[in-house]
Write a protein that binds this ligand. Sequence first.
Ligand code: 1HN
Length: 355
Amino acid sequence: MSAHADSAVRAQESDRSVSYRERLAALNVAPLWDVLKGLVPNEPRPKARPHAWKWAVMRDRLIESGAVVSAEEAERRVLMLMNPGLEGLPNATDTIYAGLQLILPGEIARAHRHSQSALRFVLEGTGGYTSVDGVRTEMLRGDFIVTPAWTWHDHGNDGDGPVVWLDGLDVPLVSFLRAGFREEYEESNQFPRTGESDQVLTRYSDALLPIDSSHAGPTSPIFNYPYARTREVLDRLARYSDVDACHGVNVRYANPLTGGWAIPTIAASMRLIPRGLTTEFFRSVEGTVIVGVEGSPAVEIEGAGRLDIAENDVFIVPGWSRWRMSAGDISDAVMFTYSDRPVYEKLGLYRETRG
Ligand code: 1HN
């Protein structure tokens, strides 16, 4: 073959290999061998980063929002917690949303419903209330309140000071699944009142259930787990049962009818770390949002250093990060936690390591 013919063949070959990918792209096809290791990594690589929002700073900004917009204009007056690893998305972890909501005396956040599940963890104030399908509960600091998917809910404040809580929702997860629906309650601002949450708590607590329990939905029939009860249980367990080396004393908010999580997509729990205890390292695939409730614990997240946690600070432990907690020597520490753990469990994807 002549030198000329030789180089012509080579040019044709390289041209063919470049245009091969272009011809694939035109067919909406791509070679797996370019990306296989990224698609199937050695271990999880969440995009969320460890991050803390300090109450001492956030509270001022939130109170300021009261002058920027009314609850009526905003529908919900919320500052969303945007994880710095998640590219401007309103996501606190890869799959979970968190936001701080303010409601001022006399305001009403009008009724609507959506297919996303929500929790409220109350941080400050008295006189706040929320209603789920017309059943009203007062909101006190430390209460864990459930808004089941597709239930009518509105909030209000009958007190004389600001009321603040942390909202937790499965918004990113539901968006990914393209399962988001919403509806406004057109008739009025509030859904008609049908009952009180104390009646609900009485009906379903203490491992004594109505014999004909018709409620068997995916979400707990209890929708306010009051802090006073939770705290008492933590105290009793700290005194009379073993303290877990990784978790301290940790209780999960359960659906009393099934023993499962209170919300189908979100796991919530409250833990007490006894004074003087430093836990052992723990990691799991779930991405976790944590709130300081009592004491002044320190948290160490491997690769991210040490965080000092004050009351109402919110911080993120991304999935597969090793972390541990110290209560310090002055008092016990109490922390509220929520994560996407039920989703991993239901799909057979949950994994953890201790130590
Ligand atoms: C929502 O409906 C509430 O009802 C709070 O208070 C936060 C964030 C995203 C989507 C819906 C509420 C929300 C939300």
